[in-house]
Design a binder for this molecule. Structure first.
Ligand code: PBG
Length: 337
């Protein structure tokens, strides 16, 4: 190579990466605690927080500890929580009837949080999987070969109204039945709950990344089957256009927020949904995405804090306005430093 080799370049993009202050000026995406929604698991009783083996650092809380956690999150600037109940197996049945109990755990949890920390936005799942022995998100057809769409939607509407009456801010149908967003919107309005918003799990894929969550709420092992097959209602991971159809339908049906789930492996879908709607877009960094990063960090193979931040940044850059993430508290703490 020649001694004074110099390229004759007009464009040298590295100029803007030279110093920390130049990099700060051209930074396009910035994470804030206000981007996060913390999913929280809740159990009955007065026990100590129960660790979840496949989700290090995540616990199932009793109602008292749940309220404390919500207070801490709000203080850190995290504006919202999504509550998931883990039911005693004895309370589950084929029809998921415990979902319509007026004293259901999740309803008591909503009331407790809303009473003690009224400023925090509380979100609850509308789906039957924590309540059914088979772990499906709805009730089964008579021959038990499929989830019965319309009968499930009827139950979900009742569930959503009960959650709204308990004081929840957003109901989040995560069941993927056809027509449920519109039916739930109408049921809420008919009961005078016009201010309760619908955060729709619109593009929810049949993903293997939900494994640790199913351990956390016991929706995989209740029936003794570990690989519950939800492919007759959740989306095929191979399908991009179908995800857009679901997102557009939910928008037409009255969803206030459109969600994509999982997040990290589906950044293309987040971006497409972002471009297809003017509604806010949420993304759910699911249990398996969390577990993956934690596991590699435990082995010393990845830097936990850096991968956590990068994974969340990528989801926001793809177009998510808000991110459900089990990293919410730790990331908010880091951002406060
Ligand atoms: C159930 C529900 C699931 C998750 C949220 N709501 C699991 C499933 O569909 O089996 C997964 C969340 C996660 O993996 O973190 N309707």
């Amino acid at each position: 190579m020649a001694k004074n080799f110099k390229l004759d370049l007009i464009h040298r993009p590295r100029r803007l990466r030279r110093t920390a202050s130049r990099r700060a000026l051209v930074e396009e995406t910035v994470l804030s605690p206000a981007d996060f929604i913390a999913p929280l698991f809740v159990v009955d009783g007065n026990g100590r927080p129960e660790p979840i083996a496949s989700m290090p650092g995540v616990f199932r809380f009793n109602l008292g500890d749940l309220v404390k956690e919500c207070r801490e999150l709000l203080k850190l600037g995290v504006p919202a929580v999504a509550l998931f109940p883990k039911l005693d197996v004895k309370l589950k049945d084929e029809e998921g009837t415990a979902a319509l109990n007026p004293e259901a755990l999740v309803l008591r949890a909503v009331r407790a949080v809303k009473k003690a920390v009224p400023e925090i936005t509380v979100i609850t799942d509308v789906a039957l999987d924590p309540y059914t022995t088979h772990g499906h998100d709805g009730v089964l057809t008579p021959d038990k070969t499929d989830v019965d769409n319309d009968r499930t939607v009827e139950i979900l509407c009742e569930m959503a109204v009960m959650q709204a009456e308990a004081g929840v801010d957003f109901v989040a149908p995560s069941d993927m039945m056809d027509g449920r967003v519109n039916a739930i919107r109408r049921a809420l309005d008919a009961s005078g709950r016009t201010d309760t918003a619908v955060l729709a799990y619109s593009a929810k894929f049949a993903s293997a990344y939900y494994g640790p969550f199913r351990d956390a709420v016991g929706s995989a092992s209740a029936a003794g089957t570990h690989h519950i097959d939800k492919r007759t209602y959740q989306l095929n991971p191979a399908n991009r256009r179908e995800a857009l159809i679901e997102a557009c339908l939910d928008e037409q049906e009255g969803a206030d927020i459109i969600m994509v789930k999982p997040a990290g492996p589906y950044l293309d879908i987040i971006r497409e949904v972002r471009n297809a709607t003017n509604k806010p877009v949420a993304a759910y960094q699911v249990s398996g995405e969390y577990a993956q990063i934690c596991a590699a960090a435990r082995l010393g193979w990845l830097d936990l804090a850096k991968c956590r931040r990068e994974s969340l940044l990528a989801i926001k850059r793809a177009g998510a306005d808000m991110i459900l993430t089990y990293f919410a508290k730790d990331q908010a703490k880091e951002l406060a430093k």
